[in-house]
Design a protein around this ligand. Structure first.
Ligand SMILES: [Zn+2]
Length: 202
């Protein structure tokens, strides 16, 4: 069968539930690399179930675990995949993306001036008007009061000191920090595959 036909077939899948958007949207698929490690931790590598089913039909992934929930097409019933693994190994990137979330994660969700975990914002250590760039090395997590207090000055001018020098973290470093901040939602079938499972530590 041609790929296009397979994709059409994936699109034909319909839930047995009356309101599939409501019920099925809560069935994301955890995507593992070919070595059964998560493709990425931040953001966690999850796909909508529709994408996962297409990948199954295209023979690009193996199903590792499934939800109880089924979807139906005219010719096939299928349980929604909860964990899949890529057949072809993807080399993980050494450095994480420079995103707001990852800056917070590098700084462990605390203000780098006073340590507060509340009202977090971002601060250019060297202000933009003084040539400060928007980079890992010049952006830090700062609470709103510290950000206000510092204003458009350097830390030295404002007589404020940083808890840690901002660096570009490696994916491994960020992953270590991530253990302290697990995602809000983890399906039971995912736990075996996620590194931060607290029960497996010690
Ligand atoms: Zn602060």
């Amino acid at each position: 069968m041609f790929k296009a036909d397979l994709i059409d077939r994936a699109a034909q899948f319909r839930s047995a539930d009356e309101d599939p958007t409501r019920n099925l949207s809560a069935c994301p698929t955890l995507v593992l690399n070919a070595d059964y490690t998560p493709l990425s931790y931040y953001p966690l590598s999850i796909w909508p179930w529709q994408t996962a089913i297409k990948a199954i039909f295209l023979d690009r992934v193996d199903v590792v675990a499934s939800y109880e929930r089924e979807v139906h097409s005219p010719s096939l019933d299928m349980k929604l995949p909860s964990v899949i693994a890529l057949k072809q190994y993807v080399k993980p990137s050494e450095f994480p993306a420079f995103t707001r979330f990852n800056v917070f994660l590098r700084d462990r969700f605390t203000c780098q001036y006073c340590g507060s975990p509340s009202h977090l914002t971002f601060d250019h250590v060297v202000p933009r008007r003084l040539g400060g760039k928007t980079t890992w090395e010049n952006i830090i997590t700062a609470c709103a009061p510290c950000n206000m207090k510092k204003g458009g000055r350097t830390p030295k001018q404002a007589r404020m000191s940083l808890m840690l020098e901002p660096i570009r973290p490696t994916s491994w470093q960020l992953q270590q920090h991530g253990r302290g901040f697990p995602p809000n939602y983890l399906h039971e079938t995912w736990r075996d595959w996620l590194y931060w499972d607290i029960e497996l530590e010690e």
